[in-house]
Design a protein around this ligand. Sequence first.
Ligand code: DQA
Length: 149
Amino acid sequence: MTNVVQKNILVLNGPNLNMLGSREPEIYGTETLADIKDILVNRASDYDCVIDFRQSNSEGELVSWIQEARGTASAIILNAGAYTHTSIALLDALQTAELPVIEVHLSNVFKREKFRHTSYISPAAVGVICGFGAKSYCLALDALQDILS
Ligand code: DQA
């Protein structure tokens, strides 16, 4: 008998990512956040993974979700949006969660304004994937398979 252990992947999206599709499509593409969720859930069906996909414009809500992930999630994929470049609170929460974290961005933040080159949350991440649009999320899920196996 095979013992299949399902992994719960918490995918968190920060401020303004609910506007994808109409938000600066030349930078972020035309896919909506719902499209990205569908792509990721579809990809997760190739793996023994369940995707819990959420978005909030509130830093505090994101912190609470990360706190709750400890003990319930196997890993976190996080696009913190602009909080990436400002939030010590998110960094502290991620360091307390003691879970593998992959930081993702749709755009290549290093090709953009200088303030986007600094991430407060990278020190808590196993790795960072940016610049591949919706595919950044799928690449993060792929990377997690090795990390969680
Ligand atoms: C982003 C990049 C951030 O700099 C920006 O504030 C976002 C989106 C991205 O996915 O490319 O909101 O995280």
